[in-house]
Design a binder for this molecule. Structure first.
Ligand SMILES: *Cc1c(COP(=O)(O)O)cnc(C)c1O
Length: 384
């Protein structure tokens, strides 16, 4: 198998030369936004557990109970015998939370997008997607074998232009966007997109991975006060603010019934461990009943952007684009030497020449942590 090893080594050397090789580092996450790496205790600004629920004792004990009641693994696909009773409870809860008729839980957010999109959109259809949408939206779109058009990031007039030019040639059309963009922290212009979708009869799906638990009083980016936008397909993940694991789609009853029958990543993949589902139920209960917790990540992000004169944070994610990959890596290293864990994000996760530090704020960060971090960022991070 020399050719195989040769292939892998040549690929790695190439990535190394471009400073794009990635490493997976052992990280012991602690409570309160702390983490231990290589023996060093750090304040982490690199985690999507925005409400610090992953280690919450209430959620751990819900998981523990399910573990003893139902065992560790679910044993089969949900369509066979993996559909333990907790699924129904979680799906009902998600549907109520998002104010839809029904919901379907998948193994992960990535699997959700890979399953949902090709179940609804096929060969003669059209998908219009924001160019900065998450990798799994693009992957799901390509799996559908439909025509895929990307629109310039958050550019509503480009969405309209693409609908105008292409819509009439296709039977069905879907517009897909992140609600909150995972590497930029900005929000999609949802009211405008909702209105275009209604004009052109296009089905809107939002991926609200980073909105739920943080925006709209915890309900996500499609909610503003008590107002709910008309988004027929609300997809998201439980692996971020909810603190657990698993993806979901909230939609009408016929859509969810169809998804349960057709989505390949649901049918051909084993159900989630019962303890994970129990944990999600407990976490959603906290999100629904503790508005002061839900407000904190955004408040913390906004304290940071005020102290650093960056554009006002719209979500819990704040990028600092340094462009160059080497510069970004050294800035991340410098922050690490001061006790802060902040990830350097490089292509292909972000477009060429837009490498950046990505700061993720959680409810547990203290004003002192944020002030110290802001002071370092205000100095030139490229100099030591
Ligand atoms: C993290 C993320 C996903 C994937 O969700 P997982 O549950 O981690 O697989 C999908 N979409 C967006 C926008 C994300 O940020």
């Amino acid at each position: 198998m020399n050719s195989l090893n040769h292939f892998a080594e040549a690929k790695l050397t190439d990535l190394e030369e471009k400073h794009l090789r990635r490493e997976i580092v052992d990280t012991h996450r602690l409570t309160n936004a702390m983490a231990v790496r290589e023996g060093k205790k750090l304040v982490s600004f690199a985690c999507n557990d925005y409400l610090n629920l992953a280690a919450d004792p209430r959620i751990i004990s819900a998981a523990e109970k399910a573990l003893f009641d139902y065992g560790v693994g679910s044993g089969a696909s949900r369509l066979v015998t993996g559909n333990h009773p907790l699924y129904r409870k979680l799906e009902t809860k998600l549907a109520n939370f998002k104010q839809t008729e029904d919901a379907c839980v998948f193994g992960s957010g990535y699997l959700a997008n890979l399953g949902i999109i090709p179940s609804l959109i096929t060969k003669n259809d059209l998908i219009i997607v924001d160019e900065l949408s998450h990798a799994c939206i693009l992957a799901g779109s390509h799996l559908s074998s439909s025509k895929v058009e990307k629109f310039r990031h958050n550019d509503v007039s480009h969405v309209e232009e693409l609908l105008e030019q292409n819509r009439y040639r296709h039977k069905n059309a879907m517009v897909v966007t992140d609600g909150v963009f995972s590497m930029d922290g900005d929000l999609a212009p949802l009211p405008e997109i909702v209105s275009l979708c209604s004009t052109y009869d296009a089905w809107l799906m939002t991926d609200d991975a980073h909105g739920v638990g943080v925006l709209g009083g915890g309900k996500g980016s499609g909610f503003c006060g008590s107002k709910k936008l008309d988004i027929p397909l609300q997809m998201g993940t439980m692996s971020k603010a909810i603190g657990t694991y698993g993806g979901y789609l909230c939609a009408s009853k016929p859509v969810i019934d169809l998804i349960r029958t057709r989505a390949r990543t649901l049918i051909y993949s084993t159900g989630l461990p019962p303890a994970v589902i129990a944990a999600s139920i407990a976490a959603l209960e906290i999100i629904e009943t503790d508005p002061s917790l839900v407000k904190k990540p955004l408040e913390n992000a906004q304290l940071f952007t005020r102290l650093t004169n960056l554009p006002m944070a719209e979500s819990s994610i704040v990028p600092l684009v340094l462009h160059d990959a080497i510069k970004t890596l050294s800035a991340s290293k410098k922050l690490l030497s001061h006790g802060f864990l902040v990830t350097a994000i490089r292509p292909p996760t972000v477009p060429q020449n837009t490498s950046r530090l990505r700061f993720a704020f959680t409810a547990a960060h203290t004003p002192e942590d944020i002030e110290r971090l802001a002071q370092l960022v205000n100095q030139d991070l490229s100099k030591e």
